[in-house]
Design a protein around this ligand. Sequence first.
Ligand code: ADP
Ligand code: MG
Length: 707
Amino acid sequence: MEERMENTINVEEIFAQNVFTMAKMQQRLSKKVFSAVQNIYDNGGKLTKEEADEVAHAMKNWAVENGATHYTHWFQPLNGTTAEKHDSFLLPSEEEGKTVMTFSGRDLLQSEPDASSFPSGGIRSTFEARGYTAWDITSPAFLKESGAGKILCIPTAFYSYTGEALDKKAPLLRSMEVIDEQTRRLLSLLGKKDIKKVTPQAGVEQEYFLVDSENYLRRSDLKFCGHTLFGAPAPKGQAMDDHYFGAIRERVGRFMRELNYELWKLGVPAKTQHNEAAPGQHELAPIYENANIALDHNQLVMETMKRVAENHDLRCLLHEKPYEGVNGSGKHNNWSLSTNTGENLLDPGKSPEKNIEFLLILSCVLKAVDTHADLLRQSTADPGNDLRLGGYEAPPAILSVFLGTQLEDVMRQLIETGTANRHLEGGVLRTGVSALLDIDRDTTDRNRTSPFAFTGNKFEFRMVGSSDSIGEPMTVINAIVAEAFSDAADRLEKAKDIEIEVHDIIKENFTKHQRIVFNGNGYSREWVEEAHRRGLPELKTMAQAAGALTKPESIAMYEKFGIYSKEELVSREEILYDTYSKSVHVDAKTMIDMAGRQIIPACMQYEKELAKTVLALREVGEVVNTEAARLKEVAGHIEDAQSALNRLVQDCEKGENITNSRERAFFYQDVIKPDMQAVRTPCDELEKLVDKRMWPFPTYEELMFEV
Ligand code: ADP
Ligand code: MG
């Protein structure tokens, strides 16, 4: 590591060293072109060909001066990761045997990767492969350093030949424009006419596991599926609660240091790091940023985690549920709305009951979440998250909003009397130790079990899975809140008395949508029952949630604001079913391989040893009760495992032959998943019985405690 990194890090010096920032553009561009760039950054629009050429030239010079050889349009296809195809800047020069480094405005603005190899849900067939990437000027270009050298990455959005978005970025950018417009419309009706721009902010807490490389490589399930398919619980799990915020171990500490260093160079404002609840689990949170930049940065965080881990003989697991029986990993999406004047519109101020603007916004958020709970849930659907949501460690698959005592009290007053004129105070917490200062208590305690929690001046959407892109969740939140703002603005535009109408809307939103507010323990069984009584939807699985995309209300909302077309929604639903089936299929195939070629043979070997022991003991006239009983138990589990395995093999063949993608997804959910559980159970029992030295791969003990 010492070769890669100085011992002391001068953060101010290295921060954004690998980013082509606005400041660097200003230094390198003519005044005229820089102001064109700035204008597009602030207000949207297009660069002329000449302007683009100048920007491209400056960007290339900066990149080459810093050692770059290639550039790429960096984009975020619908498989949730990032994609890049490197092109070198090379152009043969007129002078024989020489070359020049070039990069034109056209190279910068657009590129044409083969769209046929990325998921498109039927929008593209392989013979019409054209797809285009277009530069997202609001997210800066950066240099990525890896084994491939330094690559100039240009953040882009990805479209099909016919203009449909094929990525997670384009809809987010569209939703950001929509919420900007609708928020300004609403504020202006409330008399605030000077706001020029409203930008959604996102702060993304990323949870992950680290595992020793050697152990990882010996487990096909980790290599192919990113999570374990077998594993009896280790003697110690997270029951002692001694890992959360615990002292960070040396190797992990070195990993975190290099990770921060790499992220800071990329301009990612990595801020906090700590151990999480499960052994081997950790978290990184950056400072919040504009939602589209936070999206790019979170992708870089995930990529960099994986890359840096390998430098320390570690592997980083981003899967939502690497191990059964201990906590899984999520990605809390913190969301707020910020104005160009620096105001956070979700800040209630000192007296929220008098802050009409805040109450209107808050009541609209409640309306949005209640009306489109299924879409929000859907935006967090991925195969790994199915194993996490509702597992009594993560928010259940039911949307509810935590407001905290103070705001809930304000809401109740408004519902009951139409006015609110008092607020509960936080007060002071006496520490009882004279050397410690008393602590100013927050007005509300934290609630860690709510999927959508108001946390002081932002909402924290906690349902999102650790490996997922934040593109979709952020798009949904922007869209549904924009819709609620737009409904309110429609009414205010027609109102005779704005003040009375605002009060009416707030009261109505709170009254109609109070069922979504829940301040209690979201992990409890009682809440699930209560939620059902309230009529809140519970979409337990990815396959069940996918249909939310194409409900008439969803299509109407998205089309009204031009965020997704019906065709894009239909194709995205299709992709979800397909992704789910493929992912479970890979899991099943891996399971078949591990059980059939590793576990069962190893257990048979042990069985043979036991049989030999029984025979030998009998021969010398010893009592063999214990040995014979163990032999019988092992033999019984082997038989169960083998017959479950046979069924899984047969059902997988059936699954592959189902042509309708929705039907296939439900088959994988309802048939293959239970089949897999039936294989796992006897195998985990065998792990508890078989001689440890004969077990064919590292167990939970090694995976979780050898980091
Ligand atoms: P925790 O949820 O663990 O208590 P914090 O309160 O420190 O953590 O914040 C978590 C994340 O929320 C951080 O990424 C932080 O930058 C982000 N955050 C803080 N304020 C805002 C805001 N106004 N809008 C969006 N994200 C925010
Ligand atoms: Mg959090």
